[in-house]
Design a protein. Structure first.
Length: 234
């Protein structure tokens, strides 16, 4: 039986806007984080790199103006959207891990199959150091370049707080997003909600706040939406 609008479940999408149309859900977009570009010291252009590693589409978009002058041999990418932006701008991606996390990158990266001396890693100022530390522990020089920083989207948080009682399903795609959310919303308010996490690291961060979550098999927004459709047949 077809539900009317009043009976629809409301899904809160707290990350990059997912363009979906549904007669089964009300989709509420409220990104938790805004991106603040940083001034970049261009001394890195003097070096030659074996690998350029990009871990988000935000990093790609901000770093594209420098790539034409950069000397590098190969590109490593984390995530379908990161790879998509690179390919759409004429670049070939030489490596993408099967799991879209720093841990997945480390697990699959052919570190011992070739001589790797220097890597450029343009990323968020708030990026976890796990990948950088791993490469450096194996003798690789890693130039970590902070090209943006995340800032709280206060407007989104005000909107979420106002609509919290009407939200049935919440989605999170990054530990930093979880951290921002919990600065403004008490974890106890989620106890009667369904929470969906994208990626193991995001799930772990929610666990730290005592918030259980379910995850799609693949760490993408599209897989998240498929999971919602499968889990909540209305």
């Amino acid at each position: 039986m077809k539900k009317n609008k009043a009976m629809k479940k409301t899904v809160l999408v707290t990350q990059t806007k997912l363009n979906v149309a549904s007669d089964r859900f009300n989709v509420m977009h409220a990104p938790l984080i805004s991106i603040q570009p940083l001034d970049v010291e261009e001394s890195f252009l003097r070096h030659e790199y074996d690998w350029l590693i990009l871990t988000s589409k935000n990093a790609v978009k901000l770093f594209l103006p420098y790539m034409k002058d950069l000397k590098f041999s190969k590109i490593g990418s984390i995530g379908e959207k990161t790879t998509e932006v690179l390919i759409n701008n004429g670049y070939t991606v030489d490596f993408e891990p099967s799991v879209y996390t720093q841990e997945g990158f480390i697990e699959d990266f052919p570190l011992h199959d070739e001589r790797i001396e220097r890597v450029l890693y343009p990323t968020s100022r708030a990026a976890r150091p796990h990948l950088k530390d791993y490469l450096e522990s194996h003798g690789v020089t890693v130039d970590k370049l902070s090209i943006y920083e995340p800032v709280d989207n206060v407007g989104s948080m005000e909107k979420i707080r106002e609509e919290m009682d009407d939200i049935d399903i919440l989605t999170f795609s990054s530990p930093s997003g979880v951290k921002v959310f919990m600065k403004y919303i008490e974890p106890e308010l989620l106890k009667d909600k369904t929470v969906i996490s994208i990626g193991a690291v995001t799930k772990e961060k929610l666990d730290q706040y005592g918030v259980p979550s379910v995850s799609p098999e693949k760490a993408t927004l599209e897989s998240m939406y498929e999971l919602i459709n499968e889990k909540f047949e209305v």
